[in-house]
Write a protein that binds this ligand. Sequence first.
Ligand code: AHR
Length: 318
Amino acid sequence: MLKRLLIASSVATLLTAAASAQALTVGFSQIGSESGWRAAETSVAKEQAKKRGITLKIADAQQKQENQIKAVRSFIAQGVDAIFIAPVVQTGWEPVLEEAKDAKIPVFLLDRNITVKDDSLYMSVVTADNVLEGRVAGNWLVKEVAGKPCNVVELQGTVGASVALDRKKGFAEAIAAAPNVKIIRTQSGDFTRSKGKEVMESFIKAENRGKNICAVFAHNDDMAIGAIQAIKEAGLKPGSEIKIVSIDAVPDIFKAMQAGEANLTVELTPNMAGPAFDALEAYKKDGTIPPKVILTESKSFGPDSAKEQIELKKGMGY
Ligand code: AHR
């Protein structure tokens, strides 16, 4: 009898533990769908949530911080167990994060960082070292041109986004030691293909129909792909006459490499939600406080890896 009671009570404990783990609900304020990478990040987040039995509520902010703030407030009102935010810009988060803190809802930042005086306003940020990513791109270019003069045009990401600021900084640091490599034009292409193309067209027009341009540094692959189209339409050869270096490692940039039209990409994993869910689950289980910054890897890939990478990416939300 006692044995039966003990079994029943351990089964009940197990069921309660499973139920409470499954009962987690997370609100995710996603920026939008500006790039192939962003779409992959969203699908990986959904897959990761499903795998863990977590209910994930996604709000698409359509690139607007005000929409993100509204979404966070709505998640607080719904009493979710945690909030994930991919912050479109770096500043302006204090008031809403104070509200989340007052409601005792842990906040995790995905892929972009913020600047706040009090970093207890969020639990962790899952991100790559974006200064390093810019530096890797710049170092590659300096080596590639081997002392020859090289005029670079830069397609920046969204104005005010931490990743755009950091990638710009890292690239500038890398080329600082090479006076032959100069940024002659820089403008935001908003991380989109269409804007990347439009801005590149204006750079080409302003720079002797593109003939003054030696390389494009694009803060993401989608803008690089837009730039490649603009270069081809101007009758020039991307990848050879104008070098293309960018960030993300989406399948389309590898296809461009296979066509000889792109040179290097620095990978940003779309799996930002997985490490955040790991940290959240550990915190909910026994109060484990995760590291403030959970860093993801930044490897670079060139045309030699294109075929293999296209295959690998199939299982990564692309
Ligand atoms: O924050 C990550 C950046 O946002 C990606 O590099 C870019 O593609 C996306 O839009």
